[in-house]
Write a protein that binds this ligand. Sequence first.
Ligand code: DOR
Length: 442
Amino acid sequence: MPAFDLVLRGGTCVLPWGEEGTDIGVRAGRIAAMGDLRTAEAAETIDCTGLHVLPGLIDAHVHLRDPGDPAVETLESGTRAALLGGLTAVFDMPNTAPSITDRERLDWKRGYLEGRAWVDVGLYVGASKKNIAELASLEHQPNVCAVKVFAGSSTGDLLVEDDASLEAVMRSGRRRICYHSEDEYRLQERKPLFHSGMPHRNHMVWRDVDCALIGTQRLMTLARKTGRPAHILHVSTAEELALLRDYRDVSTVEVLLNHLTQTDEAYDRLGGYAVMNPPIRDERHLRAAWAAVADGTVDVVGSDHAPHSRAAKERPWPDGAAGLTGVQTIVPLMLDHVSTGRLSLSRLVDLMCAGPARVYGVTGKGRLAAGYDADFTLVDMKRQRTIEESWIVSPCGWTPFAGHRCTGWPVMAILRGAVAMREDEVVGSPRGTGVRFAEARG
Ligand code: DOR
């Protein structure tokens, strides 16, 4: 019997301690050896010459809409999009229809993903004012990545906006809580200032810097008071990033690909297809986001993949839906940022592998190391390709990044030791399963 099921030979591997030319041997779905394996016997060998081998990339922030509207997205199509885009795991948000807020729906979802998911999946549980007492037990159920709190309203009906309820949520349980941070009171107060049919750029005027900053200030005060760790999702302002540097004792930070890539010119070019919460803002915030990537403030980069129907996106502002697709495009676009020198491949791996593993307590994924899952994203940093809408497999069928030419492209993805995507084709059948977390074992 060969020593290995699979050997990746000749690639440049992005290891936790830097880039190294090394071979990787896989046995029973896990990394069994690293080093010079030129003479090792293997059932299958992949020549990785000219390619970079990354740990399987994770998108810790997606909305796969299942249960919900299959004409927009399903768990099957969303994870297929993830895989074609070079990811091997996603963490799925709970604001579905109905929302994932109790044990019954969570158990249903865990069973439902088997045989349907193309990549491994972590599951968020939604907090509501009605399930606060159950959160302490829900967060420890298998495959749960975190409790998600919408402290400001967005898509769906999940909302916990007042300090007393937020404090009660923080006091029920102990794992890191993920927050959509926009101050609901300021959002509602400012809504009457705007009317239907105004230009889309008013989205960032309505949901302004202070909406985000006040929301995050309130959450940080409560997190310190209760000692409950926080993860502020999609931080979108220079002001919050400055604030959060003083709260590293209680909080970690996510920034979105969109906020690193798009500025307010997108409203004029894309109309409703530029509308998301929190909003795309001006250049000053994009520069602050990159500075926060450079100095380590940012722990995780995600896509906030949030598909909606074209009809819902094309309604006049502000009656349209907020949210942009991104799970299939985040890896090519981040690789393009690497190519233009905005970050290194090692930092990308930190933001999309080690970062999610650290923030959410993933076990067995997120680094190239012996014993870890044999999840790999193989990238060709020389490949140039333009993102085309026809490539998008989410049934909603659109991307705000159509026409963007990328240098660097994911050419293969390996999930727990088996090739799952090769050159734009998914391979085999959906083999995804629940992601494991240290504090989620039932
Ligand atoms: O733009 C957004 N869309 N922001 C969110 O927080 C939710 C998401 C969605 O589910 O559509």
